[in-house]
Design a protein around this ligand. Structure first.
Ligand code: ADP
Length: 264
């Protein structure tokens, strides 16, 4: 019975994903065909050239957004299997500062707060990098007129005292990676849904709703936990708790990142 239930839940999830894609795609196709129609009609009249050009430009934009959507879906579908390595997250974050600054754009300031004596963690460096870029892009989108993104690390020994801020994380030793923005924040009903694949409040073709799902999947597969705190008008904090790696950290393990260029 449990297997059947799991199978049912999977089918339902796949159904939801497919529905989400179909919906976004349909909207983009409407933009494309609608504008093509306008363009071809405009060409029938003498002074229609400028109008036709504009409509064709809009159709092109729609097609480009559709292509970007499929790209991101493909990237999501063929995610590499995780190959975890011992990592020093302070080195990972510092090594990514150029890449992160590029993702954040001109208006958003990046602040990195490292933590001397930070414990190592064991995680896939590429997925870690992806997760941070996703969070940076979300932060940029939440701060259209500028602000600050703060990335901070800390060791945390959780003893099961949940009066502290570490809600619902099982006791243990963790490295906490906090990513905070000073952006628009989000209402409670959105906050409850942020890890849902395809949940997005962004314009069609801009957001896929897969960013935080990726972060969630990555952290869970790394044996960790992730919490999101947000206040409307105040900003958002994503806290990743990654289990402390008990082994030693080899010198060359720490610098495996910063290789993915030119994404936004
Ligand atoms: P996407 O960014 O493609 O929409 P995500 O899964 O990364 O997908 O985010 C889902 C939604 O959560 C966003 O559309 C947005 O409404 C909300 N969100 C995520 N990060 C933030 C943030 N830093 N500030 C405000 N809202 C956010």
């Amino acid at each position: 019975v449990e297997d059947q239930l799991r199978q049912f839940q999977k089918m339902e999830a796949v159904g939801q994903l497919t529905g989400g894609i179909a919906h976004d795609f349909n909207n983009l196709l409407t933009i494309i065909t609608g504008n093509m129609d306008i363009a071809s009609r405009a060409l029938d009249t003498e002074e229609g050239a400028a109008r036709a050009k504009r409509a064709m430009g809009n159709a092109m934009k729609g097609a480009e957004r559709a292509a970007a959507l499929t790209q991101r879906l493909l990237a999501f579908a063929r995610r590499q299997p995780l190959s975890p390595k011992p990592l020093d997250l302070d080195k990972v974050v510092s090594g990514m500062s150029d890449l992160l600054n590029r993702s954040l754009g001109e208006l958003v300031k990046l602040e990195i707060v490292t933590s001397p004596g930070l414990w190592p963690v064991e995680a896939d460096p590429n997925q870690m990098e992806n997760a941070l870029i996703n969070l940076a892009v979300n932060a940029r989108d939440a701060m259209p007129s500028g602000g600050t993104l703060t990335i901070e690390t800390a060791n945390a020994h959780l003893d099961g005292d949940y009066s502290s801020a570490h809600t619902e994380v099982p006791p243990g030793n963790y490295v906490v990676l906090s990513v905070s923005d000073t952006g628009v924040g989000m209402p409670k009903e959105n906050l409850a849904r942020v890890f849902e694949p395809f949940f997005t409040t962004k314009e069609i073709g801009r957001g896929t709703g897969l960013g935080l799902s990726q972060v969630y999947g990555f952290v869970k597969q790394s044996g960790g936990h992730v919490n999101v705190y947000s206040e409307e008008g105040d900003g958002t904090t994503v806290k990743m708790y990654l289990p402390r790696f008990a082994g030693a950290l080899a010198e060359e393990d720490a610098v495996e990142v910063g290789r993915i260029e030119g994404r936004s």
